[in-house]
Design a protein around this ligand. Structure first.
Ligand code: NAD
Length: 365
């Protein structure tokens, strides 16, 4: 039943479909931009130059230095380079690292960002920025960092290797899962979340089997867009908190950490999130065990299912438990040290998610 809710639409424009990259110059013109700095990761330098070449005189240069979690010194270099070249905007081409760098320049300078995402991480749909200094990552929301336009061209995702494709897709699913039980969810955002899960879960096995399948790549990117929009519109809970702690304290890889942890947090929260589980069940084609279903999916996709495989030592579990229970945040089920420990134990071993205990204390609903 729909009671009351608030829905804040975010003002970005989306161009979607194979070949839309060819319209990037027109899109910059529409925004009044005349000289942009192209940002990408070192591994995506060729793509960055291809994009810049396609822009001709609209491109001021390419900076291929984007890194995970946006180190402050890289953000400073990008800002200095933008000033030096007289750029009036940035085009961020790549995954969350490149788009995060564009957001850092927007934050420091107010330069508009146009995003061309090539993974499924979803940062392009959120006003959330992050910066890492002296090993500590600060994140916050600011509408100034929201990309003005986003060009989703599935042709750019064809080169994404199967392992990164799969992990990045499950990372996107995590946004939808937590959006479905978020304290500030709305029926509109829940529709996006359910459809995002349906599209991604349907497409991921096909894109992992054949990365050049453009129709499956399009479906996966459509799902990732929806899941990213959910991330931008809602407050994330236990799953994102656990992954943030693991990434920050142990430097575990972002997308792979999400894909290992997600089934376990979903199993933990299941008994306290009936509406979310019903939506997940519908999106998964009628499954009565969404957590087990997601765990099975990660197995079929051939990605790591344990934190041990990602290089975490078992002795680090207590430290992560302390970080996760250290400060209060929204979660449908009460977050206890014993509960988080059980989630991390299972995720560390790569065990099947524990069957949910229906007699649990809930925080909302
Ligand atoms: P990433 O951007 O670091 O990309 C992962 C790897 O894939 C890189 O080596 C990159 O070069 C390569 N790659 C990207 N696209 C490719 C392609 N099409 N073909 C071949 N290789 C390609 O990783 P990510 O998972 O996309 O993003 C993770 C980062 O984004 C983290 O720092 C995370 O915190 C941040 N993030 C932020 C938000 C937000 O809302 N602010 C949301 C999601 C993620």
């Amino acid at each position: 039943m729909v009671l009351g809710f608030t829905y804040q639409a975010l003002p970005m424009r989306v161009l979607f479909g194979p070949g839309v990259l060819a319209g990037l110059g027109d899109e910059l013109g529409r925004l009044g931009l005349r000289k942009v700095l192209v940002l990408c990761s070192p591994g995506q330098e060729d793509t960055g130059h291809r994009v810049a070449d396609g822009l001709g005189g609209l491109a001021a240069g390419v900076l291929a230095e984007a890194r995970m979690h946006v180190p402050v010194e890289v953000a400073d270099r990008a800002r200095d380079q933008a000033v030096h070249l007289g750029a009036d905007g940035c085009v961020a081409v790549g995954g969350g690292s490149a788009i995060g760098l564009g957001k850092a320049v927007a934050l420091a300078h107010g330069l508009p960002v146009v995003a061309v995402p090539t993974t499924y991480a979803g940062s392009e749909m959120t006003p959330v920025w992050g910066l890492t200094e002296n090993g500590r990552k600060r994140t916050a929301r600011d509408p100034r960092v929201l990309p003005r336009s986003v060009l989703y061209d599935p042709e750019l995702t064809v080169s994404l290797p199967a392992g990164i494709t799969a992990a990045s897709g499950v990372n996107a699913l995590a946004h939808a899962v937590e959006g479905l039980y978020a304290p500030d969810r709305s029926p509109i955002v829940s529709l996006m979340a359910e459809e995002g899960v349906r599209a991604l879960v349907g497409a991921l096995p096909a894109v992992v089997a054949d990365g050049r399948d453009l129709s499956a790549r399009s479906a996966a990117q459509y799902g990732a867009w929806l899941c990213g929009a959910v991330l931008g519109a809602t407050t994330m809970s236990l799953h994102h908190k656990v992954c943030h702690a693991l990434g920050g304290a142990l430097d575990l890889p972002h997308a792979q950490t999400h894909s290992v942890v997600l089934p376990h947090v979903l199993a933990y929260n299941a008994p306290a999130a009936g509406g979310a589980m019903a939506a997940m069940a519908r999106a998964l084609g009628g499954s009565d065990d969404p957590a087990g279903e997601l765990w099975g999916l990660t197995g079929r996709l051939g990605i790591p299912r344990s934190l041990r495989e990602l290089g975490m030592a078992e002795t680090d579990i207590p430290r992560i438990v302390d970080l996760v229970v250290g400060e209060p945040y929204a979660n449908p089920r009460e977050v206890t040290a014993a509960g988080v420990r059980a989630v991390l134990d299972a995720a560390w071993r790569g065990a099947e998610p524990a069957a949910a205990d229906p007699h649990v204390r809930t925080h909302h609903r």
